[in-house]
Ligand binder design. Structure first.
Ligand SMILES: Cc1cc2nc3c(=O)[nH]c(=O)nc-3n(C[C@H](O)[C@H](O)[C@H](O)COP(=O)(O)OP(=O)(O)OC[C@H]3O[C@@H](n4cnc5c(N)ncnc54)[C@H](O)[C@@H]3O)c2cc1C
Ligand code: FES
Ligand code: FES
Length: 1338
């Protein structure tokens, strides 16, 4: 062994030698903090988001090849990069040198909004291109499967990818000989306005060409090192951990014999998350480096032998090559493995994770182990004692000591036998999301008939996800041997397996009945698959499958993605310099893509900076008996622990009428409540110490978690809110029918990619404090910090450069945390940084309010709703926050696009023992709107009409009045609806869907169209005021500042467009540095879709003031430059700086009289979505979405389309897959991307079309534009109702009548369980109350 080894690797072509490396350090913090390469971002720390993607390149001296692969730097131990070349986003291009085509195209195709995910996206695409300079679109989208984006909705990123494919522009599939871009049922028909619209958001001709010869070369030194360096074990010793890297098998075995308990780290994708999230600690780690024997690929007579050290990506490539070469009957197991590898994690994890690590980890949800078990695979083990083989069987998977590896043994390789004639192997899995999500249940199944008589000779079935380990249904299989492959056998098999693989009602992970159903649904699929294969082999003896069953077999195939957009062309008379109306790229787009855009945590450390970590309550409702901080304080580097006692007199802050405590030391009201804050010299020290704070609780009753419990306990924040219009009770007397129903909506996590981040810096003079923070509300932060520090506001300045996504979640709670951070900074006279980890962030900050909506509708036979009585209940959590405001907005907006002549709605904000819910994009509307649409769907079902018909009948027409008596002109609403009907070929496709459904029993399609009328307004004029400050410098350049926050929506870009138009100067002359309370005081929070609207009017005002002052000078020298004019103005003592102001829109609402004018205008739109569902698994596929929006006159169509699409995908996530899980004790389980699934690139509709109505004028708004940030969220429910439509079709065919009650999100579980069939009837059901479930519906 080589004692104190030096860690040597390259980063972006530069050699790095680390002499005192701490093996506990991961590559991500090393890059960010040590090398100051902050382009690589932290989003989750667990490999689940892709924000930290880098490219790793290694030279293999045996094959003489360089392998480039994407990796999650957050899970890469720094010691594992020895001898590798790391490329980060900074290494491929920058604005200072040259930008890389990938960076350029993602930016110019408008694939960045907040930009926080962008460096990761860039690196995933870049790495693919290094390996495949001419990739297919499928390869590109597959490469991005491990990268999450919360803003864009992915479509523009796909567009950027397309520019690297030969197939750019058209899908090339030419189905039925017709080009996809042609009009028709699958096309994007020309709208009437034809030549007044444009569809190009970028110009491909201007793109830099991709030139692979220009890329960074692999460092020759590393190549020589790999070739020449004598192999010897390297050891890196840190404070607490030793890292041993053997380079020969002999040394590996010796190390393992010496440290048998040390894990063998390969990809660290299993051990890493355990260390990080479960607190597991390994004092010694063994990490083999380039040991040939671990990387073998051998084919022998009986099968393949694959080295345990091969990555899952290498396994995938190897199997794909073998499958191409060998006959199908020999590769059954390989094909099944390939199927699972196609959806297993993202590309980064597949490239890091090793086959050996996967097998030995034996995760309950392993996708490969069930197959390796049924495939008869064996493991080749080696230790100093010698070699042996063990089978991958039930005992091994259960970790029985007799069948397990011995501590000193190493898994060298895996034998995967070829399959035989008459042998069939299949793989199944169902997850919350189709790709990059751990399976809820997966399975491997194999049958061997020996010969063609169809009698079972061998049968193996394994399941993952249904017990603590992979489970093999051995007994069931044994009992079925000798039986023919027929329906009786299937029936018996289902019963046997359900009995053997029994799942208790309280099983971890929940979804128990769904899992039971999947167990036998997969079995049914296997039965059919084998029947089909038997028939293919022997058509004479085996009948073809009944038509009805064919559809059970087809998987959802990825189809080439198509998208199109149509937006308004600018008026040809508009001056060419005027950028308003043009699809200008996001101001920071290129910087997002190069990693140069600075976010809060990218700021360099200040001298003597400290880190703050919070300690939060672990109980939902309890008295705090004691808090013991002594152990935490005794740990190295710990400076202080702040608790309530330190904040005497300043521990509360009043936001919306009710004071809230910052830190709580007496009573806690939810899990996740802030109790104290540990301050230490480093992040690691602070987090370690936070875990040592001991809190003793005394639990209190009641613990109210659900809305139903809140109703039972009458636990509401305030008396009901109520609005009544017309005479509801009288109207009910004259209607033909009445339906009553209810719908429950789960909450939603903001999942902004940048977690809560803040840095408080005491200035050391006059008690001044600067707070750099990722917030939507700098003034709010300033106020609360000033109050906690007992300072006037003029001593506290809050600065926001940009925010990596906010969606409503970075206001009040950010303020509380910033105040505590600033308090710590003030107390110690040192800068203090606080960055939440993803799990903490999700726990503390909560999100969208779960809702219960009850409705009673009275209507005529033809579907006209005359009376509507509604109740809304929002789960507000433990403190008021914005719950009441959200509830009020829900009540005001519940009419959506409909005129209900008699309407009553009452609403309650429920006080529960959950973290306090808050604002989230849409602010009450997504919940209220869905309740209304659910009611309409029920009405339609009762009338025997399509929901679209009932929607149209009840829609506002022309001039009308809302239920709060505000006038509305619905002309554009109707126009959006009609355009959407036409654009989506609704009638044709409705008929096509019906035809499909009549021909397919196990797959159903659904089509739904919903309108939206989204009111814009903030409830008061004061809330809508905005200010700006514009300076002209003597060189003619302009600096614009305003009160709005750039959080991805592109407000700064629009503001520069405004300044450019008003001052009649090129965009390049105008700059914007960020937002600060120092330049624009008292700014309102950014949100509510109006940030550009309001601030734009203020910028316009400032520019007009300046122009007015300068006009005499300009007219004196009309051919002069801005430099000339500025100098002339200066010489004449004319001020070149002006503030601009907008008072806010008139807005009022009287809740007593139920009348008002709360909104300035309405955004109209409509969306039509088509889906296909798999009735056996609950999976769904988004086939196509068409959206038509009335945007007024768009200031920037690229940004506006981005807002609509991004919001739509976020809404689609809300209504379909985003599911929060809480324990019965109120503990949030879903604390990261592994548990909480937001849409990925694979979830977007295969066809996605967005179109704008022709421009419409509105004199009150900024250049007649409309705010589009939120309205698209609701349109995501078109997918919900399309699924609803598909489920209805399935139920009708199965003879199930009666109302269909489907709650949101409409997850695979809900879809499957609603498609009742013989399998759902077969499963055992638990009697209510017979067990404590793992989770409860909130
Ligand atoms: C974000 C994310 C998503 C994922 N998604 C999926 C998914 O969809 N489906 C799925 O099936 N899995 C998924 N996984 C799990 C992943 O497949 C495993 O973590 C991975 O295969 C483990 O391999 P590794 O090389 O990283 O193991 P490591 O973490 O390096 O090691 C894991 C364990 O294996 C032991 N070990 C490793 N190699 C050997 C050897 N040669 N001999 C003896 N012991 C050894 C180690 O001692 C250690 O205890 C996901 C993981 C992450 C982080
Ligand atoms: S930060 Fe590494 S994957 Fe999320
Ligand atoms: S742009 Fe992708 S997360 Fe914001």
């Amino acid at each position: 062994m080589d004692g104190a080894a030096e860690l040597l690797f390259y980063v972006n072509g530069r050699k790095v030698i680390e002499k005192n490396v701490d093996p506990e350090t991961m590559l991500l913090p090393y890059l960010r903090k040590k090398l100051r390469l902050t382009g690589t971002k932290y989003g989750c720390g667990g490999g689940g988001c892709g924000a930290c993607t880098v490219m790793i390149s290694r030279y293999d001296p045996v094959t003489k090849r360089i392998r480039h692969y994407p990796a999650n730097a957050c899970l890469m131990p720094i010691c594992s990069v020895y001898g590798a070349a790391v490329t980060t986003v900074e290494g491929i291009g920058s604005t200072r040198t040259r930008i890389h085509p990938v960076q350029e195209r993602i930016a110019r195709c408008h694939g960045t909004q907040c930009g926080f995910c962008t460096p990761g996206m860039v690196m995933s695409i870049y790495t693919l291109l290094r390996n495949h300079p001419d990739p297919t679109l499928d390869q590109l989208t597959d490469a991005l499967g491990g990268n999450l984006c919360r803003c864009t909705g992915y479509r523009p990123i796909v567009d950027a990818c397309k520019t690297f494919c030969n197939t750019s522009g058209c899908c090339q599939s030419k189905e039925n000989g017709v080009c996809c871009l042609n009009q028709g049922i699958n096309g994007f028909p020309e709208l009437e306005e034809g030549n007044k619209t444009s569809s190009k958001l970028f110009s491909e001709e201007e793109f830099l060409p991709l030139d692979p010869t220009q890329e960074l070369i692999f460092p020759p030194e590393l190549m020589i090192m790999a070739e020449k360096q004598p192999p010897r074990t390297r050891v890196f010793a840190g404070e607490r951990m030793m890292w041993i890297s053997p380079v020969t098998l002999k040394e590996l075995l010796e190390a393992k014999a010496k440290y048998p308990q040390a894990p063998v780290i390969m990809g660290n994708t299993s051990t890493g998350p355990e260390v990080k999230f479960k607190g597991v600690f390994h004092p010694v780690i063994i990490s083999p480096d380039r040991i040939e024997e671990l990387n073998v690929v051998n084919s022998a007579n009986n099968g393949l032998t694959l080295g345990a050290g091969l990555s899952l990506a290498q396994v995938k490539d190897t199997l794909a090559a073998v499958v191409l070469k060998l006959p199908e009957e020999r590769t059954q197991t390989y094909r099944a493995l390939l199927k699972q590898l196609g959806t297993l994690a993202g590309a980064q994890i597949r490239n890091m994770a090793s086959l050996g690590g996967h097998i030995v980890s034996r995760h309950v949800d392993s996708d490969l182990n069930p197959l390796l078990a049924v495939g008869g695979c064996t493991l080749n083990l080696l230790s100093k004692e010698g070699a042996r083989q063990i089978p991958v069987n039930e005992q091994f998977l259960r970790k029985c000591p007799s069948a397990d590896l011995k501590p000193e043994e190493i898994l060298i390789s895996v034998n995967i036998p070829y399959s035989r004639k008459w042998e069939f192997v299949s793989a199944f899995r169902q997850a919350q999301r189709q790709q990059n999500a751990l399976a809820i249940v997966n399975s491997g199944m194999r049958v061997f008939f020996g010969e063609g008589d169809g009698i079972i000779r061998e049968l193996s079935i394994s399941y993952g996800g249904v017990g603590p380990t992979t489970i093999c249904a051995q007994n069931s299989c044994q009992k079925l041997i000798g039986r023919p492959w027929n329906e009786e056998m299937l029936d018996a098999a289902c019963r046997l397996v359900l009995d053997e693989v029994s799942l208790p009602g309280s099983a971890p992970g929940g979804k128990v009945e769904f899992k039971r159903t999947l167990i036998i649904s997969f079995l049914f699929k296997f039965y059919l698959e084998v029947l089909r294969l038997l028939r293919r082999m022997d058509p004479v003896h085996y009948p073809s499958l009944a038509d009805k069953h064919e559809s059970a077999l087809e998987d959802f195939h990825p189809r080439h993605r198509q998208s199109a957009r149509k937006y308004q062309k600018v008026d040809p008379k508009q001056p060419p310099q005027d950028p308003v109306g043009h699809p200008i790229m996001h101001l920071s787009g290129i910087k997002h893509a190069t990693g140069e855009a600075i976010y809060c945590d990218d700021m360099p450390a200040m001298d003597g900076e400290l880190f703050l970590a919070f300690v939060t309550s672990s109980r939902a409702h309890a008295k705090i008996v004691s808090i013991d901080v002594s152990e935490a304080l005794s740990l190295p580097g710990v400076v202080d622990v702040l608790a309530e006692e330190h904040l005497q007199g300043v521990n509360s802050f009043c936001l919306l009428g009710q004071p809230e405590k910052l830190l709580e030391s007496e009573m806690v009201f939810c899990v996740g409540q802030l109790v104290c804050a540990v301050i230490a010299n480093s992040e690691i020290q602070a987090r370690r110490a936070a875990k040592q704070v001991k809190i003793v609780y005394q639990d209190l009753e009641p613990v109210i978690l659900t809305i139903e419990e809140a109703i039972q306990h009458k636990s509401f924040f305030e008396p009901e809110r109520k609005l009544e219009y017309g005479n509801v009770d009288e109207a009910f007397k004259v209607v033909d029918h009445i339906v009553e129903g209810e719908i429950h909506l789960g909450g939603q996590e903001h999942f902004y990619m940048e977690t809560q981040s803040m840095l408080a810096v005491p200035k050391g003079e006059d008690q001044e404090m600067d707070v750099y923070v990722s917030t939507q509300h700098p003034k709010g932060i300033q106020d609360i910090v000033a109050s906690v520090l007992k300072l006037p506001a003029n001593k506290v300045m809050c600065h926001v450069k940009r925010v990596g996504g906010a969606f409503g979640g970075k206001a009040f709670k950010t303020g509380v945390m910033a105040a505590i951070t600033a308090f710590a900074a003030n107390k110690h006279g040192r800068a203090v940084r606080c960055i939440l980890e993803r799990g903490e962030d999700m726990l503390i900050t909560a999100g969208r309010h779960p809702y219960l909506g009850k409705y009673k509708a009275g209507f005529t036979k033809d579907g006209r709703i005359l009376a509507l009585d509604m109740e809304h209940y929002g789960n507000g959590g433990a403190s008021l926050d914005e719950s009441l405001f959200v509830l009020e907005m829900g009540i005001l907006k519940l009419d959506n696009a409909y005129k209900f002549p008699n309407l009553r709605c009452r609403g309650w904000a429920c006080r529960t023992n959950l973290p306090s819910n808050t604002a989230l994009r849409g602010f009450g509307f997504p919940q209220a709107g869905l309740i209304t649409e659910a009611c309409i769907t029920d009405v339609a079902a009762k009338c025997g009409l399509s929901p679209e018909k009932v929607r149209m009948i009840n829609m506002y027409k022309e001039i009308d009045q809302t239920h709060y008596k505000q006038e509305i002109n619905a002309k554009n609403l109707i126009q959006c609806w009609r355009e959407c009907m036409a654009m989506s070929s609704y009638s044709l496709r409705k008929a096509a869907v019906e035809k499909f459904n009549s021909e397919n029993f196990w797959k159903k399609k659904g089509l739904a169209m919903v309108p939206v009328k989204f009111p814009i307004g903030l409830g008061s004029r004061a809330a809508g005021q905005a200010a700006a400050l514009v300076h002209i410098y003597l060189d003619g350049s302009v600096l614009v500042t305003h009160g709005g926050i750039e959080m991805g929506q592109g407000v700064h870009t629009k503001m520069i467009q405004v300044a450019s138009r008003e001052l009649r100067m090129p965009l390049s002359n105008v700059h914007l540095r960020g937002t600060s309370t120092e330049t624009v005081p008292n700014a309102n929070a950014s949100g509510g879709s109006v940030v550009a609207d309001l601030n734009g009017l203020a910028v316009k005002d400032a520019c007009q003031t300046l122009l007015k002052r300068l006009e005499p000078i300009i007219s004196k020298n009309p051919r002069g430059t801005w430099k000339d004019w500025a100098q002339a103005a200066f010489d004449e003592s004319i001020s070149l700086s002006a503030t601009g102001y907008f008072r806010g829109y008139e807005s009022n609402m009287n809740w007593e009289t139920g009348e008002g004018h709360p909104f300035e205008y309405f955004v109209y739109g409509a969306a039509c979505s088509e889906v296909e569902i798999d009735c056996l698994t609950g999976a769904h596929k988004n086939i196509r979405t068409d959206i038509v929006m009335d945007v007024g006159c768009s200031i920037n169509p690229a940004l506006d389309i981005g807002q609509i699409e991004g919001a739509f995908i976020q809404g689609m996530g809300l209504y379909t897959i985003e599911e929060l899980n809480y324990s019965p004790q109120g503990v949030l389980y879903t604390r990261g991307p592994d548990q909480y699934k937001i849409p990925t690139i694979c979830d977007i509709p295969t066809e996605f079309h967005v179109s704008f109505l022709p421009p419409s004028q509105d004199s009150n708004t900024l250049y007649s534009s409309k705010g589009l940030g939120e309205s698209g969220i609701f349109l995501g429910c078109s997918v919900f109702f399309a699924i609803h439509d598909a489920v209805s079709a399935a139920r009708q065919e199965r003879g199930l009548r009666g109302p269909l009650k489907l709650n949101s999100p409409l997850t695979p579980e809900k879809i499957r369980m609603a498609c009742e069939d013989k399998f759902t009837k077969m499963i055992p059901r638990d009697k209510p109350g017979s067990c404590v479930p793992w989770n409860i519906p909130i």
